[in-house]
Design a protein around this ligand. Structure first.
Ligand SMILES: O=C(O)CCC(=O)C(=O)O
Ligand SMILES: [Fe+2]
Length: 429
């Protein structure tokens, strides 16, 4: 695996059994930091690609030592606690064969989003309560009292899901804390949204609309691309896009913990984790919602109250394309930040819940500074990059109450939605 970081810092890749992946500079790979980032609570086990346990390890005199981790290598992190609960579950599970499939999902996957699938699975099965209800109904002892009707095995599933979800939240919190303490921002002034960042074609119609209340004024700078409600428009001035791109690079070169932006894209960064949550809350509340209310009232565009903001990156020697999928959002904004590239166009093939649109094929090229807006369940993918490097800012906008998969009762929906489910999968089709 080549080193993807431009300033040659030594990066270690970690995958955590069932809890996602992380990249981290070697200089941060101390035991305490790994314990915290992976919430192993002291029971850290590090396994190399050959399945050898490299930590805990003992030298000839039986003294425990911490290993030298090799850059550009992937290690698996396991916590003793997870192994313990795995064993306990197995012991109690002998008479509950119905649960086997579920147990496999929980403990053997290595993607955060597998929790998401479990959640979907529960809905398909007609479970009585969503994860958020479980949160609310949790008793002090941690047991779930969701419904008298739910069977013991269902309750157990819920508990396991809940534990995984809580752990994902804590892991996310640990990353955010570490980043807020150690990250040296390149452009500190861009972390707070200012009107001067906005392109005049974005802000002028808004000013006009506030005077006239005429929706046609608002939509003046939107170009309709398809009858299936794909539009293009500008949001930020180009020099802001360049600064944001440089900030993302600066963050990646810091070697601080970077989680995958979602379950499909391997490269990029979660902007909410590096300090942009309030920025995008304001962009959504004060500006984007005006447009989505008019354009997408039937897709929750009039009641958005949360987001997941991330950057995706494509480069010739690593990820070049993105498979066919739909987003875990109500509305998606996709803004090309640059820099120089050919290829990588997006293609769209109809909205998931609207079969009459499924024979659509619409391709659109990216232009730095230009954003696309589309229905989250509009099925799409990205064609292969032909040269250069492409970075896009993606905003998954949501009404967090409309679908339990999007909700997170631990966070204030008006200030930040996302989430452990930042895991939140784009679903592959
Ligand atoms: O590559 C792109 O611009 C699209 C990314 C995307 O569809 C996604 O992250 O959900
Ligand atoms: Fe997508």
């Amino acid at each position: 695996m080549s080193n993807i970081y431009s300033n040659d810092i030594e990066i270690i890749h970690f995958t955590s059994l069932g809890y996602g992946e992380l990249r981290l500079a070697k200089k941060y790979c101390e035991k305490e930091i790994l314990d915290n980032l992976f919430q192993t609570e002291g029971g850290l086990i590090i396994v190399d690609a050959e399945g050898e346990e490299v930590f805990p390890a003992k030298d000839e005199s039986n003294k425990e030592y911490y290993p030298q981790l090799i850059p550009n290598t992937t290690y698996t992190i396991v916590s003793e606690k997870d192994l313990d609960s795995d064993t306990e579950d197995d012991e109690h599970d002998d008479d509950e064969h119905d649960d086997d499939e579920y147990e496999d999902d929980v403990h053997e996957g290595n993607e955060e989003h597998e929790h998401e699938h479990e959640h979907e699975h529960e809905h398909k099965d007609g479970d009585c309560c969503s994860i958020d209800h479980q949160h609310e109904h949790k008793t002090e002892s941690g047991s779930v009292c969701c419904s008298n009707q739910s069977s013991k095995s269902e309750q157990k599933k819920i508990q396991i899901y809940q534990m995984g979800y809580d752990k994902l939240l804590k892991m996310r919190e640990a990353r955010i804390n570490m980043i807020s303490k150690l990250y040296k921002r390149k452009y500190p002034d861009i972390f707070e949204l200012k009107e001067e960042f906005l392109d005049s074609s974005f802000i002028d119609p808004i000013r006009q609309f506030k005077k006239t209340k005429d929706k046609n004024d608002l939509l003046k700078s939107f170009t309709k691309l398809t009858d299936t409600k794909i539009y293009s428009f500008r949001i930020f001035k180009l020099d802001f896009c360049t600064k944001l791109l440089e900030e993302i690079e600066n963050f990646k070169n810091s070697g601080l913990p970077t989680a995958r932006p979602n379950s499909m894209n391997n490269y990029g960064a979660v902007l909410d984790e590096i300090g942009f949550t309030e920025f995008f809350n304001q962009l959504r509340e004060q500006y984007l919602s005006l447009f989505t209310t008019v354009l997408y009232p039937d897709y929750n565009g009039d009641c958005l109250n949360g987001h997941h903001a991330f950057a995706v990156q494509y480069k010739m020697d690593r990820e070049k394309e993105l498979g066919f999928h739909y987003d875990e959002s109500d509305i998606t904004v996709n803004l090309c930040l640059g820099s120089e590239f050919t290829g990588g166009s997006l293609y769209f093939k109809g909205i998931l819940e609207e079969p009459e649109t499924h024979n659509e094929y619409f391709e659109v090229n990216h232009t730095p500074g230009v954003a696309l807006i589309h229905v989250g369940h509009h099925r799409h993918g990205a064609l292969g990059l032909k040269s250069g490097e492409r970075t896009n800012l993606i905003l998954w906008l949501r009404n967090v109450n409309s679908d339990s998969r999007h909700t997170n009762s631990d966070t204030n929906v008006d200030t930040n939605v996302d989430t452990a489910t930042a895991a939140i999968a784009s679903a592959t089709i």
